[in-house]
Design a binder for this molecule. Structure first.
Ligand code: NAD
Length: 504
C-alpha cells in the first residue's frame, strides 16, 4: 500500500489545496480505507482565505490559457492521458483503497479517464461553430465558441476520479481552467490526479494553476464556489438535495451550472426478452460498486409470467456473491463507502418492511474488518411502495411485476429521478416504443444491456430531479464555452434586418 501511495506522490500528511503551489492549513482529516479501517494518510483542508487565493490563481491562469490555440491545449490533454496510462494500475488501486470499489472497476474508472482524454484531443480540432445564410445581401452570419472561464468541479465519492476527468479533459480543450472540490470521502485520489496534471502542465511550461484543487467541506468551500462570480460554470455531481442547493445559489448570481444528480435506474424485463441477458445485466447493475453508482439498477419491472422464475434465479446469484476485500480478483462486491452508508441501508430495509415490502434476501452485516460490509438486498414490492421513489445509495433492488407494456413504462417513468433505464426484449416494436417519445423519460435508455457502464462517447446525464445536465462526450462541450453570434457586413452600405428602413 505504501509504495502505491508514494508512487502517486501521497505522503503521510498532505496539503489539500493547489493553485500553482501546495498548501492547506485548515482542519486535518484522517483518511481511512473502507476495506479494513486502516489509515491511508492525513489531508489538511483549505481555509476560506486559502480558497480565495487558489481561485484568484485559477482565474488569473484563465487569462493566458484561453489564448492558447485549442489544438495546442489538446496536446496537454493528450499528455495527461499518456501519464494516466502510465499510472493506471496505481491510481486504480488508490481508488479501490479509498472508496472500496473492486479493483477491476477501479481499472475501468481510470480507463474511462484515458478514453475521455483521447476524445478531448480529437475535440480540440472540432470545436465547430456554424455559419448561416443571412437575410441581408452581402452579409455573413456566424457562430463561434469561446472559452468560458473557471469551471468549479464538485464531485461525489463514488466516481472519485472519472467525473473530474470528464469535466477537466473537456474544459481544458475548451480553454477553461478547472478548480476541483472533491468529496471529503475521497481526497487522496484528488491529490493524485492534480499532481498528474501539475506535472504535465509544468513540463509544457504552462501555469499549473490551470488545474487547481481545494479540499474542504461542502458547506464552506462548496458554498464559496457556488457564490463566487469568478466561477463561470459549476459542474456539480452529487445528491438531489445538494444539487437543489447548488442550483439555487449559482442561479442567484446568473452563473452556469451542470447538475448531475441522483438516479433510480430501472430495467424492464419483457416476456419477449432473453432471461440470461437480463439476469447478468441486472446482477452487475445492482451489486456493481456495491450499488453506489448513480446509474445502479435499483428497480426491476418484470413481466408477471417471469416474475417467480426471475426472482428465484436472481436470489440464487445473490446467495453466492463473493463479498470481501475488493483488491482480490474473485471478489465481486466490496464494502460500502463507510459505516454510515451501511446504517442507511439497514434503515431503508426496515422502512421497506414497514411499508409492506417483502425482503427476499440480503441486508445482513458481514463480520469483516472495517465494519462496512453488508449483503446485497432484493425486495419484492408492489408498484406503489413509497420507498421505491427514493434513491437509497446502497445495493437494494426492488422487483415489481407488470402485466401490460404500458404499465411497465408507467412504472419506469413514475419516479422523480430520470437518469438511466433499460429494456430487455427481442421484440423490435417494444424496444422502439421504449426509445420513442412515448417511452422512457430518462437521459439514458438502453436496449438489451443494463443501466450502468455508460461509455464516454455519448453525452451523460438525466432529466427531472437528476438535474438536466450533460457532460462527457457528444456535444456536451458546448456547456463549457460561450457562444458568440456575429453578423458581418461586406456590402458597403447599411441594410437593417427584418426589412426595417432608416430615413435620415
Ligand atoms: P453528496 O451530495 O453527499 O456530495 C457530493 C459533493 O457535494 C461532495 O463533494 C460534497 O462535499 C459536496 N457538497 C456538499 N455540500 C455542498 C454545498 N453546500 N455546496 C457545494 N458542494 C457541496 O453526494 P455523495 O454521497 O458524494 O454521492 C452520491 C450521490 O451522487 C448520489 O445521489 C448519486 O446518485 C449522485 N451521483 C450522480 C452522478 C450523476 O452523474 N448523475 C454521478 C455520481 C454520483
Amino acid at each position: 500500500m505504501q509504495s502505491i501511495l508514494e508512487s502517486l506522490g501521497i505522503g503521510a500528511v498532505n496539503p489539500g489545496g493547489f493553485g500553482g503551489t501546495w498548501g492547506g492549513s485548515g482542519k486535518a482529516q484522517v483518511v481511512v480505507s473502507p476495506i479494513n479501517g486502516e489509515t491511508l494518510a492525513t489531508v489538511t483542508n483549505v481555509t476560506p482565505a486559502e480558497f480565495d487565493a487558489i481561485l484568484a490563481k485559477s482565474h488569473a491562469a484563465f487569462a493566458s490559457w484561453k489564448l492558447v490555440p485549442a489544438p495546442k491545449r489538446g496536446e496537454v490533454v493528450k499528455a495527461i492521458g499518456d501519464e494516466l496510462r502510465r499510472q493506471k494500475a496505481a491510481l486504480a488501486e488508490l481508488v479501490t483503497l479509498e472508496m472500496g470499489k473492486t479493483l477491476r472497476e477501479g481499472l475501468g474508472e481510470v480507463q474511462e479517464m484515458i478514453d475521455i482524454c483521447d476524445f478531448a484531443v480529437g475535440l480540440s480540432r472540432q470545436l465547430y461553430g456554424l455559419t448561416m445564410p443571412s437575410e441581408r445581401r452581402q452579409h455573413r452570419l456566424q457562430e463561434q465558441w469561446h472559452p468560458l472561464g473557471v469551471v468549479g468541479v464538485i464531485t461525489a465519492f463514488n466516481f472519485p476520479v472519472a467525473v473530474w476527468s470528464w469535466n477537466t479533459a473537456i474544459a481544458l480543450v475548451c480553454g477553461d481552467t478547472v478548480l476541483w472540490k472533491p468529496s471529503s470521502k475521497t481526497p487522496l485520489t484528488a491529490i493524485a490526479c492534480t499532481k498528474i496534471a501539475e506535472k504535465v502542465l509544468r513540463d509544457f511550461g504552462y501555469d499549473p494553476a490551470i488545474c487547481s484543487l481545494a479540499i474542504g467541506r461542502g458547506s464552506d468551500i462548496g458554498d464559496l464556489i457556488n457564490t463566487d462570480p469568478r466561477v463561470a460554470l459549476v459542474s456539480y455531481t452529487g445528491s438531489v438535495p445538494g444539487g437543489r442547493h447548488v442550483g439555487k445559489l449559482v442561479q442567484e448570481r446568473f452563473g452556469r451550472h451542470i447538475l448531475e444528480l441522483g438516479g433510480n435506474g430501472a430495467v424492464i424485463v419483457s416476456e419477449k426478452g432473453d432471461l440470461e441477458i437480463a439476469l447478468r445485466a441486472i446482477y452487475f447493475g445492482a451489486i456493481g460498486t456495491s450499488g453506489q453508482r448513480c446509474t445502479s439498477t435499483r428497480r426491476v419491472i418484470v413481466h408477471r409470467s417471469l416474475h417467480a422464475t426471475f426472482l428465484e434465479r436472481l436470489e440464487a446469484l445473490y446467495a453466492r456473491t463473493p463479498i470481501g476485500d475488493p483488491r482480490q480478483n474473485e471478489i465481486l462486491m466490496g464494502p460500502l463507502v463507510d459505516q454510515g452508508a451501511v446504517a442507511t441501508m439497514e434503515a431503508a430495509i426496515a422502512t421497506i418492511k414497514a411499508q409492506g415490502g417483502r425482503i427476499v434476501c440480503g441486508g445482513q452485516r458481514l463480520d469483516l474488518p472495517g465494519g462496512c460490509y453488508i449483503s446485497p438486498c432484493i425486495a419484492d414490492v408492489a408498484g406503489d411502495l413509497p420507498m421505491v421513489q427514493e434513491e437509497t445509495f446502497a445495493p437494494v433492488l426492488y422487483v415489481q411485476a407488470y402485466d401490460s407494456f404500458e404499465e411497465a413504462i408507467a412504472l419506469q417513468n413514475g419516479v422523480p429521478q430520470g437518469l438511466s433505464s433499460a429494456i430487455i426484449t427481442n421484440d423490435q416494436r417494444e424496444s422502439e416504443l421504449f426509445l420513442s417519445a412515448a417511452g422512457s423519460d430518462c437521459g439514458i435508455a438502453n436496449v438489451n444491456t443494463g443501466t450502468s457502464g455508460a461509455e464516454i462517447g455519448g453525452a451523460f446525464g438525466g432529466e427531472k430531479e437528476t438535474g438536466g445536465g450533460r457532460e462527457s462526450g457528444s456535444d456536451a462541450w458546448k456547456a463549457y464555452m460561450r457562444r458568440q453570434t456575429s453578423a458581418i457586413n461586406f456590402s458597403g452600405g447599411l441594410e437593417l434586418a427584418q426589412g426595417i428602413t432608416l430615413e435620415l
